[in-house]
Design a protein around this ligand. Structure first.
Ligand code: G6P
Length: 368
């Protein structure tokens, strides 16, 4: 590879630390303070087409699919448009109603994932405008899409996706803002979203300060065989993504779940050797997540919490707390994903795994 590692031992760690910059790049030139909205150069849709949108389908694979789940919550909240998130591998062979007014976004870092490409082609065949949220400029999906938004995250070398995820979430936030401002979102609400978005590079920079604390937690738990990742609302997809990172590079079994669903199955796995990683920043669901933590605690399961600085309630219950800055609920995934990326990284290093080239996985899956 001709891309230097700089002061980092692995590409994955380098890419995790690039996120303040890549989030900034995903927003650059796209925020409009005057109109309190976002703009995209390449959507290639007429104002009439944009106004006729009555449903959004987000499709992708792996980490990109997780970003789509965050996008569903964001777009539904900001734009009041129904959103569905489909695994591309399912969408391509299903026959869902895709009526006029549905807009499809293929979410993909590489722009080469076979299933995502096939799902997009299937939707295009049925006459739907199909756009791409993509990192690699000139990739097959970017070329075949009717239009789209680039992430501008720079090359991602580590097989386990990190910076592409936060860039995808950033772009989906902009998209929610844009679609919202064409519908029911007020000028003030738009301005509020913009000002919070602008603070994110700095907030994520501060979040990275948790790295040493995460390494200590990794040292304590790297010999576990199973782990549960639990979060609610915007942090449910983050839990899925945290579990995926751990599986991909450390080969540990991990399950991500909406925290309250844990009592419908995964709680049976809880014992002294199975840590539960709770993503529990402040927000209106916080007390509910605390009670989910208590259920695990009562069954003697160790708890690692990703929580906001100064959260005494969490500190009382959790065995280990990794502190992150407080931020608006809809932007929390950009913050809470970071310690989970780092946790997977440090556990994999401690287990002697090949972090950047994990076994059996490919950076881009170009076969079905
Ligand atoms: C592979 C990679 C994942 C990635 C997924 C989708 O499985 O290992 O990191 O999330 O493909 O890739 P895409 O390039 O379409 O986002």
């Amino acid at each position: 590879e001709d891309i230097g590692l700089g002061r980092f031992e692995h590409y994955m760690l380098k890419e995790i630390f690039e996120q303040p910059q890549t989030i900034e790049n995903a927003m650059r030139g796209r925020l409009d303070d005057e109109e309190a909205t976002a703009h995209f150069g390449g959507l290639n849709l007429t104002p009439q087409q944009l106004r006729r949108i009555n449903r959004i389908v987000l499709t992708g694979c792996g980490t990109s699919w997780h970003a789509g789940l965050v996008g569903e919550y964001l777009i539904e909240e900001f734009a009041r448009l129904p959103v569905e998130v489909e695994y591309a591998s399912e969408l391509r062979y299903r026959n869902p109603p895709l009526a006029e007014g549905t807009m499809v976004f293929a979410i993909t870092q590489s722009g080469e994932t076979a299933d995502t490409l096939a799902a997009m082609r299937e939707c295009k065949r049925k006459g739907l405008p199909s756009l791409a949220i993509c990192n690699v400029v000139g990739s097959t999906i970017a070329r075949e899409a009717d239009g789209g938004v680039y992430l501008h995250a720079g090359p991602e070398v580590g097989v386990a996706s990190t910076k592409a995820f936060t860039s995808q979430v950033t772009v989906l936030t902009l998209l929610g803002l844009f679609l919202g401002r064409m519908r029911n979102l007020s000028y003030q609400a738009g301005q509020r979203i913009i000002s919070h978005l602008r603070s994110m590079p700095e907030v994520v920079q501060r979040t990275l300060e948790c790295n040493d604390a995460v390494r200590e937690v990794a040292e304590k738990y790297f010999q576990a065989r199973n782990a549960l990742y639990l979060g609610r609302l915007y942090n449910f997809p983050v839990a899925l993504e945290g579990a995926l990172k751990l599986k991909e590079i450390s080969y540990l079994h991990a399950e991500g779940y909406p925290a309250a669903e844990m009592k419908h199955g995964p709680i049976a796995l809880v014992d002294r050797d199975t840590p539960s990683i709770f993503v529990v920043p402040r927000g209106h669901i916080h007390p509910k997540v605390i009670s989910n933590m208590e259920e695990i605690k009562a069954r003697k399961g160790p708890i690692i919490a990703i929580a906001c600085e100064g959260d005494d309630k969490v500190a009382e219950i959790a065995d280990d707390v990794i502190c992150v800055p407080d931020t608006e609920e809809f932007l929390q995934p950009l913050v809470t994903a970071v310690p989970l990326q780092l946790l997977a990284y440090h556990i994999a290093v401690l287990r002697g795994c090949n972090v950047d080239r994990p076994r059996n996985l490919a950076k881009s899956v170009t076969v079905e």
